[in-house]
Write a protein that binds this ligand. Structure first.
Ligand code: GLY
Length: 367
């Protein structure tokens, strides 16, 4: 499949997302064509990226001065200390706004690199090269950057669009199955937001997607990116429409924070549990039909996630989960704002409920 270019025009920046196989080798050509010129670059490389891929990028990047920073990417290191370290490197090497940060890694690396870019001298150039499925389908596009703190996930951050995103699908070939499932969670989320046809496409091709069959995975990535593009060009800063992209995430973020961002449950796995909760909640309050609930739930079952909710959490965790749900950024009052689903392509972004209702609902996961 040839490469696909999505042009994203937001109020703050116009940029391209380029998706294709073996496109990293054209890194310099793409930058010149897009007129992204810089003398110095800081390449923030996710430690989890295999050495062979690291070399591939470094050899293909021509910049007068290249500095490498290997980032031990995990949710615990998505913090102020890492931002400070990156800023120190930039100051010591006299970077200015014309220079560039390049993120080469998964979603955590992209979020940290993006936040460091947006805050250094109020913003320097930022190129994102996502290496995980999750980052290619979701987090590298749309400009959300940020770090975690004791009050929860991504509680500190900014909207800062990249200058360019290069999603080389060949980079995905070394991903472990657990990482593929993580990205799949966001692909599934996009299909539920979009329409029934795209959900049916996933249901039919699930096995090929999880096996990273080239043409099918590229189509799935492009579909998700296209949906995200449509949303963010209308609502860059999540004032309204963009909230749909948080389907399942109010639960998911609270689960990750409750576990202290342990490796037991990574972001995509938390999103799968969150989607599972969101569809059951929607069905219980008669927003989603039983028939559609069953369709989606059966699909989730086929993904074969390692752990169930009640194997990860116990009843004593419920208060902590609720504490984090109350701190969610979307909440406007004492109530919790859930993102629920009415039908394929119809998302409810403003369902307010109180903690007791959610506690009762989550308690049922243990029966
Ligand atoms: N991952 C959700 C968003 O970008 O809005």
């Amino acid at each position: 499949m040839k490469r696909t270019e999505l042009k994203i025009n937001t109020k703050t920046k116009k940029y391209s997302v380029i998706v294709g196989s073996n496109i990293l080798k054209n890194f310099n050509k793409i930058c010149s064509k897009k007129k992204i010129i810089f003398e110095k670059s800081l390449i923030i490389i996710d430690k989890n990226v295999p050495n062979l891929l690291k070399k591939k990028l470094i050899n293909n990047l021509k910049s007068k001065k290249k500095i490498l920073y290997i980032f031990n990417a995990n949710e615990k290191n998505k913090n102020f200390k890492s931002i400070r370290t990156i800023h120190q490197i930039l100051f010591k090497n006299k970077f200015n706004r014309e220079d560039c940060i390049i993120s080469f890694g998964g979603g955590i690396t992209g979020d940290v690199a993006g936040f460091a870019s947006s805050t250094f001298k109020r913003g320097l150039k930022f190129i994102n090269i996502p290496t995980t499925l999750l980052a290619q389908v979701d987090s590298s596009i749309g400009g959300k950057t940020g770090i975690n703190n004791e009050y929860g996930k991504n509680q500190i951050g900014s909207f800062y669009q990249p200058d360019l995103v290069i999603s080389d699908t060949d980079l995905l070939c070394s991903l472990p199955y657990r990482e593929i499932i993580c990205g799949y969670a966001e692909i599934l989320k996009s299909s539920l937001i979009y329409n029934k046809k795209s959900f049916e496409y996933l249901d039919k091709n699930l096995k090929s997607i999880l096996n990273l069959k080239s043409s099918i995975i590229q189509k799935a990535i492009i579909n998700s990116c296209n949906l995200k593009k449509k949303i963010i060009i209308k609502d860059e800063k999540e004032e309204n429409l963009r909230k749909v992209l948080n389907l399942g995430h109010t639960f998911a973020h609270a689960y990750e924070a409750t576990l202290g961002y342990s490796k037991k449950l990574n972001h995509g796995e938390a999103v799968i549990l969150g989607i599972k909760n969101a569809i059951r909640y929607s069905m219980q309050i008669k927003l989603l039909s039983k028939k559609n609930y069953t369709l989606i739930n059966n699909h989730l079952y086929k993904i074969k996630m390692k752990h169930k909710f009640n194997q990860i959490f116990n009843v004593q965790d419920l208060n902590k989960i609720l504490k984090f749900m109350k701190l969610d950024k979307k909440n406007r009052s004492d109530k919790v704002n859930l993102i629920l689903i009415k039908n394929f392509g119809q998302i409810e972004t403003n369902y307010q409920t109180n903690c007791n209702n959610i506690k009762k609902f989550l308690y049922e996961e243990f029966n």
